[in-house]
Design a protein. Structure first.
Length: 155
């Protein structure tokens, strides 16, 4: 399945960028395959602007912040912290038979498939910029470690 590149058009239209800039972004997407950081590295947009445009392009929700109370720590405990950081993903909550997940790159079908297999359930992605996602991942897993230490001390 090819990665959708129409988010570039959305981004450039929102920003009022020159047509040459659009062509440059498309060339990068075709030559290297599109990584979300390419637009940021080119100076086309901020991390949050790219996340919003990608979410719109994919027809997904976008969050610009993640509150601690929006994160189910029991759910997070099922996913290794290294995986969460490396793949830019944070489990948020289960709702019915589905699992909500914050993800930096919704085009990363491998991680979404891995999560579907892990939970044997539909995975509902919410796009969050990588810069926004880093601190909540660290905070959630720190809280998990603290909780585990408290439980261990009780025994």
């Amino acid at each position: 399945m090819a990665i959708r590149n129409d988010w570039i058009d959305t981004l450039t239209l929102q920003r009022g960028l020159e047509p040459g800039t659009v062509l440059e972004a498309r060339r990068h997407a075709e030559v290297r395959g599109l990584a979300l950081g390419d637009a940021i590295a080119l100076g086309l947009a901020s991390d949050d602007e790219v996340a919003r445009s990608v979410a719109e392009s994919f027809g997904l929700r976008c969050r610009e912040d993640l509150r601690a109370d929006a994160i189910d720590l029991d759910l997070c405990a099922l996913l290794p912290v290294a995986f969460a950081h490396e793949r830019g993903v944070l489990l948020l909550k289960s709702e019915g038979i589905s699992v909500w997940v914050a993800i930096a790159d919704p085009a990363d079908l491998h991680v979404l498939d891995d999560l579907r297999m892990l939970f044997a359930a539909p995975v509902l992605p919410v796009v969050v910029s990588r810069s926004t996602l880093t601190a909540p991942i660290s905070a959630a897993y720190r809280r998990l470690a603290t909780t585990a230490e408290k439980i261990a001390l009780e025994f």
